[in-house]
Write a protein that binds this ligand. Sequence first.
Ligand code: FAD
Ligand code: S2G
Ligand code: ZN
Length: 475
Amino acid sequence: MKLSESVLIQGLRSIVGEANVLLGEQISDDFLKERRGRFSSQTMGVVMPGTAEEVSALVRFCKQNSLPIVPQGGNTGVCGAAVSVEDSVIVNLARLNQIRKVDATGFTMEAEAGCILANLQAAAKESNLYLPLSLGAEGTCQIGGNLSTNAGGVNVLRYGNARDLVLGLEVVLPNGDIWNGLNALRKNNTGYDLKNLFVGAEGTLGIITSVVLKLFPLPVHRSTVLIAMESVENAVELFSRTRKETSDFASSFELMSRVCVESAFQNIPDCKDFFDQPYPWYVLMELGDSTRDGISQQLSESFLESAFEDGIVIDAVLATSEKQSQEMWRLREAIVEAQLYEGKSIKNDVSVPLDCIAEFVEQSISTLESLIPGIRPFAYGHIGDGNIHLNLSQPRDMDGDEFFGRWHEVTDIVHEITDGLNGSFSAEHGIGLLKLREMTRYKSSVELELMRSLKMALDPDNIMNPGKVLPGSSH
Ligand code: FAD
Ligand code: S2G
Ligand code: ZN
């Protein structure tokens, strides 16, 4: 028998306390707004548990009353995975924000899932260690969300994505059981690698309540270089030299097209052009090391020298101060913000084999320009990972909503080209609600069946983030 809403709310309040159940007007946009305006949330309420035990009690209560749950972190996801599309309960983990331990000997950190990523980076740095997961939303996103989306960001090149940084998890399962998998050992070969079920599951298999992360030596010496070149081919050629000539000291290799930086100069006040003339393509490269005397700057210089000699780069600026390095990074991160000033934007987050990047960019842009004349391609992103954000801003003279209405037409073209190059339609942002069509189109029936059987085994009542990731999984 379904309890009435008021009885359900009373039940939720009895678990987390009245102040930690937000209803109606109490629920700010922080919990409901989906960043790209493609989905809207309607939820019975936002519940903010303070401990894993409260999360467990919440899940048991929701399961008993077949009340769907949407786990939520910082709500910075861009695929609609943390929105509540039916009468469900948003469980936001913000109150689970304790940093439990930084182990400078074992190079690990244990923290609760609601910790903001930037706070964890700072805590590692205080112990002279480095948490390399870094992305534009790091001031808001939570580590639980980062693992649940298997976030990438700007340092994947050297340190891997979220999946590569996690040693252990504590998870509340859809039946309310708490799985304590807070392993801090580098080697622990005891059965299935359960943590990897939940990394990238986007809240559909359980709620992450704590994590154990790998830490690294803090790169006390950094070399940040902004490089100009004629073509994407040159950028890929430059990258292939980077790994060999800087022996993997390069942590970032970010591509930016002229359209991107031009928009940043025009729309974002503190962005500056480091060159005295425009160039078609740029790469922001960063090396880092923790050696005594530092080798990054010298490595950059010798690397650039040979790249100039071989005509791969046409200009370059090496940051000579921390301030200049930050100004270069500001330019890169400003591209996301700048697009907001350019009208409606149709977004892509694809990856292709590195030797296909140039073909992907050229083929996609030429196809889309003939389909929608005046379309403005923002091509940028983590080229070292084969991950390009080919975002398309509307033609200046086109109605924004009309353009936005062609989202699937445009992304289908990009995904078809990506698939033809053996790429992936989602490199780092995940699936959520946004890419269910692509899951049906590009994942094999074997893969989809395997995912469905895992979902059925763990969440037979389908209360965990229903409708996300798996096509046809609405509650
Ligand atoms: P939310 O958006 O709250 O949730 C995302 C998913 O995780 C949902 O499915 C939710 O149910 C689930 N979830 C959240 N917390 C938990 C938990 N504790 N247990 C289980 N499931 C949970 N992403 C990248 O990969 N690389 C980038 O470079 C990048 N740059 C960005 C830049 C900007 C400016 C913005 C706005 C976003 C960017 N993103 C990027 C996307 C986004 O920040 C990441 O996907 C991030 O990992 C989401 O974390 P979150 O805490 O905001 O999660
Ligand atoms: C990036 C940000 C998300 C977006 O800047 O690397 O992942 O808005 C993207 O495209
Ligand atoms: Zn990205």
